[in-house]
Design a protein around this ligand. Structure first.
Ligand SMILES: Nc1ncnc2c1ncn2[C@@H]1O[C@H](COP(=O)(O)OP(=O)(O)OP(=O)(O)O)[C@@H](O)[C@H]1O
Length: 519
């Protein structure tokens, strides 16, 4: 190196290493180098061998440097030309648009008519990236310029690698923070989400859950609103091999159509005004876990087409993205709507329906499994008291339980949960009366009312309450468990479920009951 070259190397190296933000370092370098050659713009590019894509990561003009991520796919001829590269190569190109490697990149940067010097950045025989320096073509680059640039190969390669690692680290940090926020939300939502009624009203449902959980097949949960479809979706996820992965919920009815694509598929930085950072969509977040599509019947026709593609191809395109991303997800969909009727009305696609309907599970309404009511009440009292930081956990009076059992619960478990919460807010003592349910029942048919007891203010355990209620219903049915006038029908459970519960609570049935009743 001559003295001038040494000085050039020193000064240019100081600038290229001046910042981990490569766009700033690039601009500093351009401002220095332009005194030695006709340089008006400079860019750094990275080659992704697995995708055959050149990514322009930074670009500087005289005015400023800018970080970017512009991805340009190369032709197979250009890929070969790049991939056989082992040693440093510096090329002068008179018109960037005429070269198979530079033209796709120059096309994206609006630089097809510019001329430039393109230098491969190689360290330990590995191609790490490319530095390009270009101008408007009026002044030519010559061999002196090429020699000077070649001096900077190693510092440029090191600076580019360091800054890419730094950028990766920053992205990972953002993703982790993002994941953490999501997981905290999920945890808040899922914690304490114990399924009540697994041995009684939900026994059949839980058997199906056990069958399907270990597989990757889609599951379709059907049932009225508030029956616990999300709780069951969570139970499937928790007992599946994906349990350590994410459980991501999408409420298809709550996302406006204009935001649906970016919510589901995510977007690249700059894909639209306001897309200042890259954002992963919910489908991508569910990678390695379960995607729960609630209210699937509310999806628009366009969104149905795009979802079908995800199910078929198992890949997504981010909005503004230039290549597909593979996703490994298990889908659980849920709806309270009649999808078959929606298909007949052409409001739901046949192909999507058949893809989702591989394993349907129907969750019965609460009025058909009233046997679960006492346990659910107890569960919600404990849960809500904890949330409200109540020192004394109140218990319902026996009459209150009778009232709750007699009500028909159009809003299902969610309505019951709200009733418990309201009652806890209104009653600060240690007893809950649920008088509002009594009031609601006043308008109901006489058979939906059960006899009221005088013991309105005595507290009992949950088992005592259930036992007392079953005995009372049995008395009304003359001890009959099965049949149209049997206790099981009145309690909204299967006779064998009722017998098991009776055995557990020590309530005699069959021959024993006759002896006990003295008949
Ligand atoms: N078996 C159950 N055990 C415990 N809690 C339950 C059970 N079923 C439902 N819940 C509770 O009831 C509420 C409503 O349940 P969930 O949101 O799962 O119903 P859903 O059928 O998904 O409703 P929607 O159709 O309106 O989305 C939730 O707070 C849930 O925790």
């Amino acid at each position: 190196m001559t003295t001038d070259e040494k000085e050039f190397f020193r000064e240019a190296t100081l600038r290229i290493c001046s910042s981990l933000e490569i766009e700033k370092a690039l601009w500093q370098s351009l401002m220095y180098i332009r005194d030695f050659m006709p340089a008006q713009q400079m860019s750094f590019h990275v080659y992704h061998r697995d995708l055959g894509i050149v990514e322009t990561v930074a670009h500087a003009t005289i005015d400023a440097g800018e970080a970017m991520s512009i991805k340009s796919p190369l032709s197979s001829k250009a890929r070969k030309q790049v991939e056989i590269q082992r040693s440093i190569r510096v090329r002068v190109i008179d018109r960037l648009g005429d070269d198979p490697v530079t033209s796709p990149v120059a096309g994206r940067l609006g630089a097809l008519d510019l001329s430039g010097v393109v230098m491969d950045l190689v360290l330990e025989k590995k191609l790490l990236g490319v530095l390009s320096v270009f101008n408007n073509g009026r002044e030519k680059f010559n061999s002196d310029h090429v020699r000077l640039l070649s001096l900077l190969n190693e510092p440029c390669a090191v600076a580019l690698t360091n800054s890419m690692r730094y950028r990766e680290l920053m992205t990972l940090r953002d993703l982790l923070a993002d994941d953490n926020r999501y997981l905290q939300d999920e945890l808040r939502r899922m914690s304490g989400e114990e399924v009540v009624g697994t041995d009684f009203g939900l026994k059949g449902v839980m058997e199906m859950v056990r069958q399907v959980a270990p597989l990757d097949s889609p599951v379709l949960l059907l049932g009225e609103t508030g029956t616990g479809k999300e709780v069951i979706a969570g139970a499937i996820h928790k007992s599946s091999p994906r349990k350590d992965g994410p459980f991501i919920k999408v409420n298809c009815g709550a996302i406006p159509e204009t935001l649906m694509d970016s919510e589901l598929f995510g977007y690249e930085k700059g894909a639209f005004t306001g897309a200042v950072v890259q954002q992963r969509g919910r489908i991508e977040r569910a990678h390695g876990g379960t995607l729960f599509l609630d209210e699937i019947g509310e999806l628009s026709a366009e969104a149905q087409v795009r979802l079908l593609r995800v199910l078929q191809e198992k890949e997504i395109d981010r909005v503004g993205g230039s290549y597909p991303i593979k996703v490994d997800i298990r889908i659980i969909a849920a709806t309270h709507r009649d999808l078959e009727e929606m298909m007949a009305l052409r409001k739901f696609r046949h192909d999507l329906y058949f893809r989702l309907r591989v394993f349907p599970i129907v969750i019965p309404p609460l009025r058909e499994r009233k046997i679960d009511i006492p346990a659910l009440v107890q569960h919600f009292i404990l849960k809500k008291s904890r949330e409200m930081k109540r020192l004394v956990v109140p218990s319902p009076t026996p009459d209150a339980i009778d009232r709750l059992m007699a009500y028909h619960w159009p809003g299902n478990v969610r309505e019951l949960e709200n009733v418990v919460e309201r009652s806890l807010i209104l009653n600060t003592g240690d007893r809950l009366f649920f008088n509002e349910i009594g009031a609601r029942l006043m308008g109901k048919s006489p058979e939906s009312r059960l006899p009221q007891s005088a013991e309105t203010d005595k507290s009992m355990t949950l088992d005592e309450m259930v036992s007392r209620h079953i005995r009372r219903v049995l008395d009304r049915c003359g001890g009959r468990v099965e049949g149209d006038h049997g206790a099981a029908r009145l309690l909204g459970v299967h006779p064998s479920t009722l017998r098991k519960r009776m055995a557990k609570l020590g309530i005699p049935f069959g021959r024993k009951a006759k002896i006990y009743r003295g008949s």
